[in-house]
Design a protein. Structure first.
Length: 139
C-alpha cells in the first residue's frame, strides 16, 4: 500500500473523540506561546471562514495527499488573502493539528488534528448552531 493510502487509513481508523484528552482539548481553546516567544491565537469557530477552512481541510483529497496554501485559497469563498490563510494554518501547525513537509510548501493533517477538526465541526453543527437557532426562534 502506498504512503498516501496508509495515511488515509491511519487517520480514519479511529475517530473516537475519547482519544483527545483534556490537555489536548485545552491547547486548542486558548492562545499559546510558540517556541520563538510569539503569541499564537486559538482557532475561533465563531468565524464562518474558520469553519469553512476546517471543512476544506477535512476533504478526503487533503487528508490523503496533503495541501498547499494556494489550493486552500482556491477552494475558499470570498477570495481570502494568502497571508490570512497562512495565519489560520499557523494556528493549527503550532498546536500540532497539521505539519509542514520538509523542503516543501505542502502541509499534512495529523491524526490528532483530524480528530479535533472532526469533533469541532460535529460539535458546531449538532450542538452550537441548533441551540442558537432555537434561541432566535423563541425571541
Amino acid at each position: 500500500m502506498d504512503s498516501s493510502n496508509s495515511r488515509y487509513f491511519d487517520i480514519l481508523s479511529d475517530i473516537d473523540i475519547r482519544t483527545i484528552g483534556n490537555d489536548v482539548y485545552q491547547k486548542y481553546q486558548k492562545a499559546i506561546v510558540a517556541e520563538k516567544g510569539v503569541r499564537v491565537a486559538a482557532p475561533d469557530l465563531r468565524k464562518e471562514e474558520q469553519v469553512e477552512l476546517f471543512r476544506i481541510l477535512l476533504d478526503d483529497k487533503n487528508v490523503v495527499y496533503g495541501f498547499k496554501n494556494k489550493q486552500i485559497r482556491a477552494k475558499m469563498s470570498g477570495n481570502p488573502k494568502t497571508a490570512k490563510i497562512a495565519y489560520e494554518l499557523r494556528k493549527l501547525r503550532e498546536r500540532g493539528a497539521i505539519k509542514k513537509s520538509k523542503n516543501s510548501n505542502n502541509y499534512q493533517l495529523t491524526q490528532e488534528g483530524y480528530v479535533w477538526l472532526y469533533y469541532s465541526l460535529f460539535n458546531q453543527d449538532c450542538f452550537v448552531n441548533p441551540l442558537l437557532s432555537i434561541r432566535n426562534e423563541m425571541d
